[in-house]
Design a binder for this molecule. Structure first.
Ligand code: HEC
Length: 125
């Protein structure tokens, strides 16, 4: 009985530890919280979340060329510096692998015979 009480308070303490750690996250960690933790994610955290959060990154998608054009656009107009070929390659690998081109998210239109009746079309006849 006594032991069970001890055990449950130990369990409660163990559960509280991650909560305490969470509240001490740095701003940089919060800014990159959404990034998929796959190979190269730290490069994106370190080079891509200075001006905006990673939210804007994870909301986007595209193949390698699309991501490259985004980086070039930021370099040409938003003050993003040169990354260097090797770093840019690794960042593009990460982005194209984890945030690749999405298939269209819109379903096809219904066939005309599956559409609901249109009352105004009926009165115009
Ligand atoms: C020097 C500042 C800066 C850095 C560093 C930076 N960006 Fe940006 N980025 C911007 C600005 C400014 C915008 C426009 C923000 C807006 O629309 O609110 C932007 C927008 C974006 C967008 C949205 C583009 C669109 O089509 O809507 C993506 C995706 C993006 N950045 C990805 C990245 C990636 C990946 C990196 C790292 C290689 C990066 N950013 C680093 C400044 C930066």
């Amino acid at each position: 009985m006594f032991d069970r009480v001890k055990l449950s308070s130990l369990a409660a303490a163990a559960l509280a530890i991650p909560l305490l750690l969470d509240s001490s996250l740095t701003v940089a960690q919060q800014a990159s919280a959404e990034l998929v933790r796959e190979q190269g994610w730290q490069l994106v955290r370190d080079n891509c979340t200075e001006c905006h959060s990673s939210q804007i990154i994870v909301q986007n998608s595209g193949n390698r060329e699309v991501w490259k054009s985004r980086i070039e656009w930021m370099q040409a107009s938003q003050g993003l510096g040169e990354l260097g070929a090797e770093l840019e390659d690794s960042i593009l690998d990460y982005l194209a692998t984890n945030y690749g081109q999405k298939a269209s998210s819109r379903r096809q239109a219904l066939a005309p015979h599956l559409m609901p009746d249109n009352p105004s079309a009926a009165t115009e006849q």
